[in-house]
Design a protein around this ligand. Structure first.
Ligand SMILES: [Zn+2]
Length: 430
């Protein structure tokens, strides 16, 4: 039996990456007018290309995809394209991603590896509660679960009561959805009188498409699932299945036979060392329809190239700290919602539901953090509320280095989400 790619050792991975980097750069030079122009402008000499020369290649950005809308970055003849996905653009053109049959096949393989790493097998019943459609979440996990030979419930998002009924009656053992929807499902199960330990068979959560914290994991693993794993992906890199947490849960293994990762300083573009925090930049090594060189993901993380205790040699990225788009600049200081989430988790009597409201008082930015208290918090004791608010404000000020106002709200008053949570209201932009 031939060795499977996720069982490669580190030196096999490095060798493979060196070869594939050269291949992909030559391939886009030959087939993509966009990249030929870019590589010529940067003075890249393909005949003597070495892996380290990657640093001389200019970054590809989301703006490049928008400017070349819809299909200016494809590297194959259009007749080979079998699928087109598009991500919603809040402004201007959406980002279109084109796939060949080979791409769809590779995507299924990577998504299957992710499920396997979490402990899923062909015996599992996988409820896919990510949206199906132009968004890649639903179909990506669907392929992976089918490739694994598991049974798939393509539930998509919404209709939460029916989701719970199917989960119970069909004995779902794996749930794939956003972490905020998993929290909402857990809360709704309680309301429906469903006891997860007694009535459900959920073992594994495959949760992604937005950053989430250890506190969310703790709540979900105590109340809903046995093991919650963070999965990472984006449509530009196929979709979900780019990286996943193994059973050690101290980072997400990124499939280095498909993706070459660099971490850069988002302001200067300088490449950082493993262990340093910055923006993840990815070169796709296998993508056929629309390969990308040094794509700026806008996700902030840390690369960990140490050997993982689980035995998998593929490098890890730390849980995504935030996306440069979600980064709030408040009085010149960078603030990520995940930092606030971690603070909230350290206090008793609070739920993981919160909202950040930013506005302006004259020239000064103001941040208000609204946090929902839990059902069992005795909200009739005014002294306790004031005390809790004060302690939260102090802790947030220490962590974020800016002053923050906290408002505690009654249970079930903040909006819930069936997809990605909308946690930021920035009134400065209105
Ligand atoms: Zn591991």
């Amino acid at each position: 039996m031939s060795i499977r790619a996720h069982e490669f050792n580190k030196s096999q991975i490095k060798e493979l990456q060196a070869r594939k980097l050269k291949e992909v750069v030559s391939r886009v030079y030959q087939n993509s007018p966009f990249y030929r122009r870019r590589l010529n402008e940067a003075g890249i000499d393909l005949s003597s290309f070495r892996p380290d020369d990657i640093k001389k290649i200019p970054f590809t950005t989301k703006t490049d995809l928008r400017d070349n809308y819809p299909l200016g970055l494809i590297s194959v003849d259009m007749s080979k394209i079998v699928r087109l996905h598009a991500s919603s653009g809040t402004t201007g053109n959406p980002t279109v991603v084109a796939y060949t049959k080979k791409d769809i096949d590779a995507w299924a393989e990577l998504s299957m590896r992710c499920l396997e790493i979490c402990g899923a097998t062909s015996e599992d019943v996988v409820q896919v509660s990510y949206g199906y459609g132009l968004f890649t979440g639903g179909l990506g996990l669907h392929y992976g679960a089918e490739r694994l030979g598991a049974k798939v419930i393509p539930a998509s998002t919404g209709n939460t009561k029916r989701q719970l009924k199917l989960m119970k009656d069909l004995g779902a053992t794996v749930l794939a959805c956003t972490p905020s929807y998993a929290l909402f499902l857990a809360e709704s199960a309680k309301e429906e009188g469903i006891d997860p330990r007694r009535d459900l068979r959920l073992r594994i959560g495959v949760l992604g498409a937005e950053p989430w914290s250890e506190s969310t994991r703790k709540i979900l693993e105590e109340e809903f699932l046995q093991s919650a794993h963070d999965i990472y992906g984006m449509s530009e890199l196929n979709g979900p299945g780019v990286a996943i947490e193994c059973r050690k849960k101290n980072g997400l293994h990124i499939w280095e036979d498909h993706y070459f990762v660099e971490i850069i300083d988002p302001n200067t573009g300088e490449v950082l060392e493993p262990g340093e925090k910055g923006e993840m930049v990815v070169t796709t090594l296998e993508k056929d329809g629309m390969p990308l060189l040094r794509y700026r993901t806008r996700d902030i993380t840390i690369l960990d190239d140490e050997i993982c205790e689980c035995g998998i040699a593929h490098a890890k990225i730390k849980k995504i700290i935030g996306r440069t788009d979600d980064m709030l600049k408040i009085r010149g200081i960078s603030v990520f919602p995940s930092q606030i989430e971690e603070v909230i988790a350290g206090f008793e009597g609070l739920t993981p539901f919160y909202q950040l409201v930013v506005d302006r008082d004259g020239p000064l930015d103001r941040l208000l953090v609204k946090i929902e208290v839990s059902e069992d918090f005795k909200s009739d004791r005014l002294v306790e509320i004031v005390d809790l608010q004060k302690r939260l404000e102090e802790e947030l000020r220490d962590v974020l280095s800016i002053s923050v106002a906290v408002e505690l709200t009654e249970p079930r008053t903040l909006p819930r989400s069936e997809g990605k949570a909308q946690r930021i209201i920035d009134l400065r932009k209105v």
